[in-house]
Design a protein around this ligand. Sequence first.
Ligand SMILES: [Zn+2]
Length: 169
Amino acid sequence: MAVRKIVVVPHPVLRQKAARVKDFGPTLQKLIDDMIDTMRDAPGVGLAAPQVNVSRQVIVVEYEDPEAGIPHQLYTVVNPRIVSFSKETEMGVEGCLSVPGIIGEVERAQTIRVKGFNRHGKPLTLDLSGWVARIFQHEIDHLNGVLFTDRAVSVERVSPEMAAEMDRV
Ligand SMILES: [Zn+2]
């Protein structure tokens, strides 16, 4: 396992549509292990493959909220797609490891259903809500070349120290 370099704007890979994964072999397994290491090293709570300069449809998300009774969970989803969005939305502040020094308020669906595959190619369905649903929407946007700043209703410049205190994705 290894920490890979996180690319930042205006790197063109961040604007590409990532390709679907068809081969669940060793190259994918290494990519996923490295993405988990890279996310933890950053530290972040989510990472999409284009952020490590690999234009493939892979995301990792690591999340816990003990106060809300949500235990530690590590998600790896290959070829994820959001098949339904709740009508209910909520505003929240996001920061991105690939957009340093900027935070912004983004409106996201409160609840989503995600379909995709686990790292071994087994189909999975996830029903997600709240902050973890926000993280998934942010990461899946990365696979489509979309950055949170494209969607933000307002953005603000912050110091690296302040940015580091945020849950970046
Ligand atoms: Zn991001």
